[in-house]
Ligand binder design. Structure first.
Ligand SMILES: [Zn+2]
Length: 265
């Protein structure tokens, strides 16, 4: 499952190369799910340079100097990456943007809904998909007070459901939601309404800490013996107390937790 730190890593790998480069040719491989036709590609993308690359939640936004944006929805397994023009496209290839230098920026995803969108004009705020996104976990706007306030409107949700709700905080998926609950010492299936403000503030603190670390130091986080994310297998034990981890279904997702270190509320 693609989560915020994965999208940040992808962007890091191509933004430096692609920013400022002119797209010489657009190849649409999947006309069913790419919300862009050949005429639009010719008019707005071909012959135009990429101005900036941004992330919104789990969306990648390419802003062009022609004042249009291409928005890629990462879904569960989307990937934006650079590849040589001579390499055959993946079976799940959606769209390829060629540069004159012999490389392409490619987007592949097994998603079957619309997952590439063209937005005209500099203002993206009217675009529904982005409009409904909650706060970015890495943004300074996500203060303890804001988080507690949002939680107070969703008291019947589970803690994990709150963390994975894109309208509250954008970009957290299954694995990081479990990690945040583990680091905060709270069960993912506890009810938000049962948590005190102090406990919610602790969730907010670890939410930011976990995602910042996974974004800035992905390799270190993913080999940290103290992190639950590296032990998501049946029979594995808690990194802190060596109790066998419990696995259960929360909000329809396979969830791991330590029954000893994580409290109900
Ligand atoms: Zn434990």
């Amino acid at each position: 499952m693609i989560e915020l730190p994965d999208v940040e890593r992808m962007i890091d790998a191509f933004a430096g190369y692609a920013t400022g480069k002119t797209v010489s040719l657009v190849l649409i491989d999947d006309t069913e799910t790419v919300d862009l036709d050949a005429d639009q590609a010719t008019a707005h993308i071909q012959g135009h340079a990429i101005d900036t690359v941004e992330r919104r939640g789990k969306y990648v936004v390419l802003r062009f100097r022609s004042e249009v944006s291409l928005i890629f929805d990462m879904g569960s397994d989307g990937e934006v990456y650079l590849e040589s023009q001579t390499a055959p496209p993946r079976e799940t290839s959606k769209i390829r943007l060629q540069f004159a230098a012999g490389r392409e920026l490619r987007f592949a995803s097994s998603g079957t809904n619309g997952d590439v969108h063209l937005v005209e004009g500099a203002d993206l705020s009217g675009f529904g998909l982005l409009n409904n996104l909650g706060l970015d976990p890495l943004s300074e706007e996500l203060t303890p007070d804001r988080f507690i306030h949002m939680a107070s409107q969703r008291t019947r949700s589970t803690l994990k459901g709150l963390l994975m709700n894109e309208e509250v905080v954008a970009g957290i998926g299954n694995e990081y939601a479990d990690e945040i609950c583990f680091q905060a010492g709270l069960r993912p299936d506890c009810k938000v309404g049962d948590l005190s403000d102090e406990q919610l503030a602790r969730v907010q603190k670890y939410l930011r800490r976990v995602l910042r670390r996974a974004t800035l130091h992905w390799q270190a986080a993913h080999s940290d013996p103290g992190w639950l994310i590296n032990r998501r297998h049946p029979g594995h034990t808690c990194p802190r107390c060596t109790t066998e981890l419990e696995s259960m279904n929360v909000v329809g997702k396979r969830t791991y937790l330590c029954p000893r270190c994580q409290r109900a509320a």
